[in-house]
Structure formats: C-alpha cells, structure tokens
Design a protein around this ligand. Structure first.
Ligand code: 9D3
Length: 266
C-alpha cells in the first residue's frame, strides 16, 4: 500500500515511520509512506500557507492554492483516494479502516489553524475523516492513527493473520484478561485454570472472561453483537448476568421476556 501525506510539520512523522510495526512494514516494502511539506507547494518568498478569514472572526484559514498544487502534483495519473483528516468528518471505525486498506494508494491531507479554504476541500478532497469528538491542533496525529491502523491490515505486517482476525472489534467482544510471570503479584495469584494445561477449559474460561469484560467495560458493544458471534458457554454467561436481551439491539420487550422465561423453565 502506498500512502502520501501532506503537512506543514513533516518532521512529526519521522520517528513514527521508523519505529515498531509501521517501521517494519516500511522496511519490508509492504508499506510506502511519503511525507510532503505543504510549504514546498507555495510560490511566495515567505512560503505562506494561511491568511485571515473573509468575513472576519478569529484565527487563520489555510489558503487553497498550495493544497490544490500539492494534490495535483502528488496524484499524477494514479488517482489516489484523497482524505482530509478533519474534525468535521465521520469518526474512524474498524469497518472504515478495513475498507480503506483495500485501496492501492491514499493521499492524506493534514490541516492546521482554524480551517482550510472550502474551495480546496471541494476541489481536491474525496472524503473527510475524524478520529473522534475531541479537539486536536491539526490532522497529523489523526493521520498517524490512520496509517498505523491501516498497516495492521496489510498481509504480512502483523506476524500471525489470526492476531488480526482475533482483534476485539472483529469478534464483537473485548479481549479476555491476560497474565504472565511472576505467578504471584502482591498476593494476587494467576487463575488456576491457566496453569492446568487443559486447553479446552482455558478456551472456555477465556470466552466467559471476554463476555464479562465487555459487560463491565463496554456494554455499548452488546447491541452491535449478533447472537451467532457467541458460543453456547458465552450465551449462558450473558443470560446469567441478565444481559442477553441487549444482544442484537432488540429492546427487552414484554414478549421476549416471556419467551426467555419460557425457555428457562423448560
Ligand atoms: C477549536 C477550533 N474548532 C472551532 C470550533 C475547529 C477546529 C479546527 C481545527 C477544531 C480542530 C482543528 C484541528 N483538528 C484536526 O485537524 C483534526 C481532528 C480533531 O481535532 N479531532 C479529531 N479528529 C481530527 S482529524 C483532524
């Protein structure tokens, strides 16, 4: 996968692109990221990229011409999907990451200041993406978030393909809890089943732990869960916790409560 980035702070990306999983993906040639300085697409002596807003008001607005020049020069004839990291876009999701990972080439536009001239967005942006409803100072960290999430979807980047498939948002549940040495920490022991060597029992226990973690930490995920994503053991745990009616988004109606009670007394 090929990713171009346009920013006024290219230096922010250097250690990020050299480090850890992303760094290895780049070294292996599975990911090609080119970072471009927006100022090199200016034509004035001061290499300025911002100006005062028409109509007044505070803050500065990024001017359209450098963006248009940069995107046109960097697109060539290849037509990469052009994405503006913007607080006004829909928030990034696992489904969106997987869809974008299918693209051959992306061009990521990182804004700074209060805004970008709307005409640049109209002319050279295909879509806007946010990483959530909180205020940052620019699109660089969001672009890195997107690059890291995308890199994990490229075959050969994450060691085992199962690891990618097992990622929590794919199973619909949070991960089970984890333990490693030492066997006792401040009086707290490792659950004995994990030392039993009984792999079927361990798998079953982990499945139950995943259900408990989800109910406690992210109950908002339950309505998005489909019943077929749960094993029989997990389903029973959810029923015991009194939360099975939340699965699949259906509200606990009087009739479904009756149906559950009928099944319980069978
Ligand atoms: C405080 C300024 N806001 C006006 C009410 C608008 C605003 C402009 C520019 C807010 C943030 C930014 C800079 N942010 C991004 O470019 C950005 C971002 C973010 O702030 N949060 C979540 N995702 C993203 S993607 C790009």
């Amino acid at each position: 996968m090929r990713i171009g980035v346009i920013t006024i702070f290219p230096e922010l990306f250097t250690t990020f692109l050299d480090t850890s999983l992303v760094g290895r993906a780049v070294t292996k040639g599975l990911l090609d990221v080119q970072v471009h300085d927006l100022r090199s697409f200016t034509d004035d002596r001061h290499r300025s990229v911002d100006d005062e807003p028409y109509g007044g008001g505070g803050g500065m607005v990024m001017t359209a011409p450098p963006w248009i020049r940069a995107v046109e020069e960097l697109s060539g004839s290849r037509k990469p999907r052009r994405i503006l990291l913007s607080p006004q876009g829909p928030a990034l999701t696992d489904a969106k990451v997987r869809a974008l990972a299918e693209e051959e080439e992306l061009l990521l536009l990182c804004g700074r200041y209060e805004a970008i001239d709307e005409r640049a967005i109209e002319l050279v942006v295909d879509e806007e993406i946010s990483i959530g409803d909180y205020v940052l100072s620019g699109g660089e960290l969001p672009a890195m978030v997107l690059v890291e999430a995308l890199s994990r979807q490229i075959p050969g980047v994450v060691g085992l393909p199962e690891s990618v498939e097992q990622d929590s948002f794919r199973s619909g549940l949070l991960d089970h809890c984890h333990f490693t040495r030492p066997p006792e920490v401040n009086g707290l022991k490792v659950p004995t089943v994990l030392l039993s060597g009984n792999h079927a029992a361990i798998e079953s226990w982990r499945g139950v732990q995943a259900v408990r973690a989800t109910v406690e930490k992210r109950p908002d995920l339950l309505p998005k869960l489909r019943p077929e994503q749960l094993s029989a053991v997990q389903w029973r745990e959810l029923e015991n916790l009194g939360r099975s009616t939340e699965v699949g988004g259906q509200e606990a109606s009087p009739s479904s409560v009756v149906a559950t009670q009928t099944r319980d007394t069978e």
